[in-house]
Design a protein around this ligand. Structure first.
Ligand SMILES: [Fe+2]
Length: 302
């Protein structure tokens, strides 16, 4: 079966696009692509857009955009899904245009999230290259690794993992089962990667979370950009979810900030890239080696 290359883009429904624009430009160091009363697109690299925000009251994940290398790969993948009985629809013209891709199909997962399968993403004009006045390093870690990763909150954990691995065809990276971070709650998480090997493009977990999406992770190429972004978060007085820390599985050094939509954004550096020829699946007993102190109001010792 042809395989998903990477997570090319994400789509959110957001109630306050102006607040998101300020958050993206002034805190995260992203660049605005298009901005209208109904939509905001954000750039991280040479792509015309990587994060799409559509006006909507949900303030949650709307769609994950999975990229295929060729039209043939995409076609074969869609055929294989349909042969398994998965209801896959062809994207309508407005959706294809808003995603700025050549072709698009979509289906829903057991959690109600929409997965879009695409090829041919639009690149930005050479006259308008990606530029962030805030980043000290060489931008965001994207390229063949994609936009970053998503952690969805599973309604049915077993069914979700089964769908993401057997239908989407993602491969298991590892597992974390943590009984310490949230008092009285055991977090059970499965991490999965696509062909190009970002440690996980998608993870799903049984865990406390105000939204169906727990967080989006974006990664910078320079370690110092994590610290500089954390300083901007503190200076702006934005809610920190987890203080800086280090994950044992993907080796990400990161912090988590609350977005204007109420889900988290992990801002990280140093994530592992998996080579399937030299990878063995492990399980871990803690979400973090150190740091990542839960800092939201109401948290123990917050
Ligand atoms: Fe993460």
């Amino acid at each position: 079966m042809s395989a998903i290359s990477n997570l090319a883009y994400v789509v959110f429904k957001a109630s306050d696009l102006a607040q998101w624009r300020s958050f993206a430009e002034n805190i995260l160091g992203l660049q605005v692509g298009d901005f209208s009363a109904d939509a905001l697109s954000l750039r991280m690299d040479e792509f015309a857009q990587r994060i799409i925000l559509e006006r909507g009251a949900e303030d949650d994940l709307s769609a994950a955009g999975w990229q295929f290398d060729t039209a043939q790969d995409l076609s074969q993948f869609v055929d294989s899904l349909r042969s398994k009985g998965v209801a896959v629809s062809t994207g309508d013209v407005p959706t294809v245009q808003s995603r700025k891709v050549e072709a698009l199909f979509h289906c829903e997962d057991p959690n109600g999230f929409r997965h879009e399968f695409v090829f041919g993403p639009q690149y930005g004009l050479i006259s308008k290259p990606f530029h962030s006045p805030l980043l000290c390093g060489d931008g965001f870690e994207t390229g063949k690794l994609g936009v970053g990763h998503l952690l969805t909150v599973a309604r049915d954990y077993a069914a979700s993992v089964k769908f993401y691995t057997e239908v989407l065809g993602l491969k298991i990276s590892d597992y974390i089962r943590d009984a310490e971070t949230f008092p009285g709650v055991t977090v059970d998480a499965t991490f999965m990667h696509s062909k190009t090997g970002r440690h996980h493009s998608l993870a799903t977990a049984f865990m406390p979370s105000p939204k169906r999406l727990n967080h989006l992770m974006i990664e910078v190429k320079n370690f110092n950009d994590v610290g500089l972004a954390y300083d901007r978060v503190l200076k702006a007085g934005l809610p920190v979810i987890f203080t800086p820390g280090h994950h044992p599985n993907d080796h990400m050094y990161s912090f988590y900030v609350l977005t204007p939509s109420g889900f988290g954004l992990e801002y990280g550096w140093g994530g592992v890239v998996i080579d399937d020829h030299d990878w063995s699946v492990k399980n871990f007993s803690k979400l973090s080696d150190w740091g990542h102190k839960f800092a939201m109001p109401g948290a123990p010792d917050a």
